[in-house]
Design a protein around this ligand. Structure first.
Ligand code: A2P
Length: 282
């Protein structure tokens, strides 16, 4: 597994196992255990995925020591604002059954983001969180919110894949050494993406599947990818991408697939209000 250096000096495995929409009470536990057996050392969960407990239990039961696994979770909107965020951080730690998280993100860019960020900065100083970051920030939201922060985030986790390469955002983040983490790195399994000729031909050449080529492309671009799978063969295959390298021409062919658009627009009217209706606790 390749590690990537963050702007705060910490390092993060380039591929993480995503558990968004993996059911709690069983499926997440099983998937995370399989992922750890397959060699993943980076798990990405969130308060709003309702499966932090399963992730923590799977890590404890896996036989892999806590220090070897990079754990990310995220604060939900309900817990924004300084005081609420302090409690939200402790709730995540308690559910995970851990005394620190490697990375903790503000899951969505709405409401009292600056207050919540202050709580993350303090928790970092206290050692409860090693690295702090944000998520779903477009270039405009990034500029608006981070202007109010004392610390530059280590990452911004956004939708990113060959059809939506976030080129403008990546240029902006590069200036501060901020890494993009990709959710939906495989376009959520989009057939259209997986069957694209530029990807298929590389897959044939290297004896890999289309998903592996896409993940390899992202890692070569310096992106941290968080593929999701509940299929054991694909779980294992998605980290088996460090024994081949795409050429400059192959990289350019995939770079040319960018449409500049994804499935989610954080700036669309009503998105923040809609998301805020989801409650993670009473
Ligand atoms: P499955 O769970 O059956 O493997 P994303 O991470 O972009 O959200 O994509 C996840 C989707 O892509 C899931 O439906 C998953 O299905 C599928 N998937 C995961 N890995 C691969 C792969 N290597 N090739 C094709 N599809 C994949």
């Amino acid at each position: 597994m390749q590690n990537i250096k963050l702007n705060d000096g910490n390092s993060i495995p380039a591929i993480g196992f995503g558990v968004f929409l993996v059911e709690p009470n069983g499926p997440t536990y099983e998937a995370v255990k399989k992922a750890l057996q397959a060699g993943y050392r980076h798990i990405d969960t969130a308060a709003a995925y309702f499966n932090e407990e399963d992730v923590g239990k799977a890590v404890r039961d896996s036989g892999v020591s806590r220090e070897e696994v990079f754990i990310t979770s995220k604060l939900w909107l309900q817990d924004y604002g300084y005081e609420a965020a302090k409690k939200g951080i402790d709730a995540s730690l308690q559910k995970l059954g851990m005394d620190y998280m490697d990375l903790y993100l503000l899951h969505q860019p709405y409401g009292d983001v600056a207050g919540a960020w202050k709580a993350l900065e303090e928790a970092k100083k206290e050692g409860k969180i090693k690295s702090i970051g944000v998520s779903n920030m477009t270039p405009r939201l990034w500029k608006e919110f981070t202007a109010q922060f004392d610390t530059v985030p280590a990452v911004n986790q956004v939708e990113c894949n060959p059809f939506f390469q976030q080129k403008e955002l990546r240029k902006l983040l590069d200036e501060k050494g901020v890494r993009v983490e990709a959710w939906y790195p495989l376009g959520h399994g989009s057939k259209e993406l997986l069957e694209t000729p530029a990807i298929q031909s590389a897959a044939e050449k290297y004896g890999k599947n289309a998903g592996q080529v896409i993940l390899r492309f992202e890692v070569q671009e310096g992106i941290i990818a968080l593929p999701k799978s509940t299929n054991p063969a694909r779980i294992a295959g998605n980290i088996d991408i460090f024994d081949f390298e795409l050429t400059d021409a192959e990289m350019d062919a995939i770079r040319a697939l960018d449409t500049g658009k994804g499935t989610h627009d954080p700036e669309a009217p009503g998105v923040g209000e809609n998301l805020a209706t989801l409650k993670v606790h009473k």
